[in-house]
Design a protein around this ligand. Sequence first.
Ligand code: PLP
Length: 447
Amino acid sequence: MKRKSRREFFSTAAAGAAALAATGRAGLFSASPRATETLAVLGGAPVRTKPFPSWPVVKENDEKSWADVLRIGRWCRLDGSYATRFEKAWAEALGAKYCLATASGTTALLTSLNALDIAPGDEVLVPPYTFVATVNVVFMQHALPVFVDTDRETFQMDAGKLEAAITPRTRCILPVHLGGSPADLDTILAVAKAHNLTVLEDACQAHLAEWKHQKVSTIGDLGCFSFQASKNLNSGEGGAILTNNQELIERCRSFYNNGRGAGTYWASYVRNGCNHRMTEFQAALLLAQMSRLQAQSELRTQNAEYLTRQLREIPGITPARMYEGTTRNAYHLYMFRYDASRFQGLPRERFLKALEAEGIPCSYGYTPLNKEPFVENTLKSRGFQKIYTEQELASYRERNHCPENDRLCGEAVWMYQTMLLGTKQDMDQIAEAIRKIQKSAGELARS
Ligand SMILES: Cc1ncc(COP(=O)(O)O)c(C=O)c1O
């Protein structure tokens, strides 16, 4: 099965079901009672033909906000007011003292690592089950991302394995709240404290998620968000850094603004820096989109919990578990593990194809990131060869094993946040489609 990127997924999630409707099977929508026993992938009627909710949601306030920036003509945040207003609103929504709006989640992470002074020779503990940006930014500092294996039950970094990964070079832990579900922050913070390490939370997928009633991103030293088009809060591209630490936010602000100092002349520079500023257009959209975030988040939670109750009853389907400290999951992804042995040996790729044919968009998600060619190619690059000895790189390679993550990458199934913005009946149809496939899994496996 061809791997589908998140971006492709979003354009096909709605379009796929719409296409089915256009083939003349539209009358079968709400199809559940009428769906035949024959799997759609084998020529039967699909469980579902109606598209899931489309994304982004655009209302009058988005148009007004965006057009206002256009008309005012102050499109850069250095002249305008929208980015500042968004920073204030987002910090307030999360209960943080400071927020800095950036061009993307990647640039938010990169700016944060600069503020934390992560440098060549340092090691940063990262999960292998994440989007590549989490790891790329560490390499961009010419530091080494040390992969800590995954807890298969939760899909998160296994915090119980952090201690074993620490060396005298370790400077920072970079946990990801994958899929919107918080990583085990109690253990992460305790290990960081014991070893004098900083914590940078990658909350790029975790808008409004909470650990013990505190918003993630505000618990470590710094936390980062993405507002890229697929995210639960979306401005096409965009990002933010959150912290309660004034010194750190000033370092971030300086780095992301070409190294300018606070309140200094525009052509006066206090450090090396870059331009990672958010535009006024992005900020205007975010302020408008934020008006719906809370209600959308509540709906996702209701639907996800309802779906989990159903999927738990299906042998071979195991929804991702949350850690006890989780008081709110943002459900950017709905993730579960698929056990082919309970589906008469039907390989996951064929299960996914069958599910798509039933009108349920899905994906197998990440590949083992620590084994992707970019890791070895970076280690072999001129810069890294200059900084690290052969012995140091050999030791790094030896430590780069994540067997649990390898296993998870072979059994994971994802569905996306927009699907959770639908109705209970939509959730029923997801469960119904899986049960239907399970019933005929033997026939499908043999076909
Ligand atoms: C976990 C994680 N980290 C970092 C990023 C990078 O964010 P962006 O795409 O906004 O640069 C993303 C977004 O795709 C992400 O999902």
